[in-house]
Design a protein around this ligand. Structure first.
Ligand SMILES: [Zn+2]
Length: 601
């Protein structure tokens, strides 16, 4: 007998099936209690208070009406119930990604994509030439955007990629290659010419133009310098954004993501998602953290009115069976990133730098502690309090330990101003946290939203980080286990497309703190001193705890009677297989609000 993963209502864009199933059942009182969809003969990992594993589950009107033994399921089966025999497969709550950039991720799937791979210059050139050859109609003036370039991992190690690599390609088009971390762009000579960047062009504030020893631009543009060329690329049109959103939702369904937070939403993002939602194509519960720039911090009331306007326009009300849009979060960047070459994470103690440029130079503490936190402390406190009073929740990017501390300090002020209010504050990334601050996450009920896939040795966490932090501090990077031991409620966010969207690799790394077994020898050891998370801690982080972050944990994140039926069927039991195999997990089926939105072949 084959497992039947076919949907009763095949998924089509524009179909109003969530509403359809409601009317269907209310017409027929005789079978009102029988389930629409039922699963039996499996391992149903509930993530309930006891972390129990059951055999069977039943869904009616988009909600879970039964979780328990196979025998007990019979009472919920009727003539119209679609019954899935799991044949021992695992079911668990749908994944909740608490920090991602879906529209950008979707766009990257549709662009010329280097896929974060370790490449030689020749390999990189071959990939980009293929993209050029596939879009010859854009010659000679159409910009080519290339994304997900793993700049730090070019081969052989130490390779510096410049415009020469792009100038050798057979094209006249301007080219912009974006690094996966977003801090560097590489442009060819045609683009340099169009951007009018020359020897005499000054570095813009918060930006750096790469130059050779003669002062000639190399094509490398760091941070704000990227805008010198970026503004020449025609912006994405609303129709492009809609295509990107659809590509993102498709990728999410395949990964098993049933809810997510867009951690840097702009008006255009909200508009594109609203279009897709209106067409019936929203297949995950979509939360949005509206980006608020540091300059806006001076006028909290103006921020509040902007947020309220966006909420009125785009928020679709309380979480319900049918996935909808929620506008409840505000996104703030408190600093940049702690890895080189940016070193823009705000640190309590200085970065270490080499004494000189000799290969055997001594690394020692420098004067550089990174930038001032992007929001001054009094402004940050006032902003958090103002938006919280209006019903919004802050989601803060803080990478260095000084940014984390100032974020926590601001929350402390918020807690004493509004005691007893249920305000869910997330601090994302937390790559380095002072041990004195570990317990404050629990004390202040701040959710660390961590990207587990960073918790491994890799070019960005070794070559571009280890010496810059110095040995003692480096041992403490990516403190997921330390924070968990200190009682923090850990949530998870992929940060896609900063990395490839691979939730199952991230879970494996969060548990083992190692890369895949095929990683280069230099990166095979565990990362740092942190013991990592247990399997159940990691799985809880990406389900119930991220649901808590999104303020919907009473509705999603665990498989319990009365909750929304957001769940996934897996091809293997991730509670029992060897840890390394978790990375290879495939999602067989994704269900949102009781509706099957994805089935593997
Ligand atoms: Zn992010």
């Amino acid at each position: 007998m084959r497992i039947n993963f076919r949907a009763r209502h095949a998924f089509t864009l524009g179909c109003a099936c969530w509403m359809g199933s409601l009317t269907l059942v209310s017409h027929d009182a005789a079978v009102a209690a029988s389930a629409d969809l039922a699963y039996r003969n499996g391992h149903v990992y509930t993530v309930d208070a006891k972390d129990s594993v059951q055999q069977a589950l039943a869904i009616l009107n988009g909600r879970i009406v039964y979780v328990g033994s196979d025998v007990g399921l019979d009472a919920y089966l009727g003539p119209r119930t679609q019954v899935v025999d799991l044949r021992g497969r695992m079911v668990m709550p749908g994944l909740v990604d608490g920090h991602m950039h879906p529209m950008m991720g979707g766009a990257s799937l549709l662009k010329c994509n280097l896929h974060y791979e370790r490449l030689t210059i020749e390999q990189m050139q071959a990939r980009i030439q293929t993209c050029l050859d596939q879009s010859r109609d854009r010659e000679p003036d159409g910009w080519l955007e290339v994304v997900n370039w793993f700049q730090e991992a070019m081969l052989p190690p130490g390779t510096v990629t410049t415009r020469a690599a792009l100038d050798a390609l057979k094209t006249r088009r301007p080219i912009f290659v974006r690094s996966s971390f977003g801090h560097t762009g590489l442009i060819n000579s045609r683009a340099i010419q169009l951007a009018e960047i020359g020897k005499g062009t000054a570095d813009p504030p918060h930006g750096h133009i790469g130059r050779d020893s003669a002062g000639v631009p190399t094509g490398l543009l760091d941070d704000a310098a990227q805008r010198l060329a970026d503004h020449l690329i025609p912006p994405a049109l609303p129709a492009d954004n809609v295509r990107s959103v659809k590509a993102a939702l498709e990728a999410a369904r395949q990964q098993g993501i049933t809810s997510f937070l867009d951690a840097k939403a702009a008006d255009a993002t909200l508009a594109a998602f609203a279009t897709v939602a209106h067409q019936g194509g929203l297949t995950a519960r979509a939360h949005f953290a509206v980006l608020v720039e540091p300059a806006e911090g001076a006028d909290p009331q103006k921020v509040v009115s902007r947020l309220i306007t966006l909420r009125q326009r785009y928020d679709q009300g309380p979480v319900a069976v049918r996935p909808a849009m929620t506008v409840r979060n505000m996104k703030l960047f408190l600093d940049g990133v702690i890895s080189a070459p940016a070193l823009s994470g705000a640190m309590l103690e200085p970065y270490w730098l080499p004494s000189d440029t000799a290969p055997n130079a001594v690394w020692q503490p420098s004067q550089n502690r990174g930038p001032a936190v992007y929001f001054a402390a009094p402004a940050l406190k006032a902003l958090l309090i103002a938006v919280s009073r209006a019903g919004f929740e802050a989601h803060m990017h803080a990478d260095g330990d000084r940014a984390v501390r100032e974020g926590l300090d601001a929350v402390a002020a918020l807690r004493s101003e509004l005691p007893g209010h249920d305000i869910r504050i997330g601090i994302a990334h937390d790559e380095i946290v002072d041990p004195a601050d570990f317990p404050r996450f629990k004390q202040l009920n701040v959710i660390p939203v961590l990207s587990f896939q960073w918790e491994k040795r890799a070019p960005d966490t070794v070559d571009n980080l280890e010496q810059y932090l110095g040995p003692d501090r480096y041992k403490l990077v990516e403190p997921a286990g330390f924070l968990a031991d200190a009682g923090a409620r850990i949530a998870y966010g992929s940060d896609w497309p900063v990395d490839t969207l691979d939730e199952w690799l991230a879970l494996k790394v969060g548990i083992t703190r190692t890369d895949v077994p095929t990683a280069a020898a230099a990166y095979r050891e565990r990362l740092g001193k942190d013991k990592g998370l247990s399997r159940r801690q990691a799985l809880r982080a990406i389900t119930l705890n991220s649901s808590y972050e999104l303020h919907q944990d009473t509705e999603t994140g665990s498989l319990e009677t009365g909750k929304l039926a957001d769940l996934i069927v897996l091809d293997r039991n991730v509670l029992e297989i060897p840890e390394d195999q978790i990375a290879n997990t495939k999602v067989m089926q994704t269900v949102v609000g009781g509706r099957i939105v994805y089935s593997a072949d």
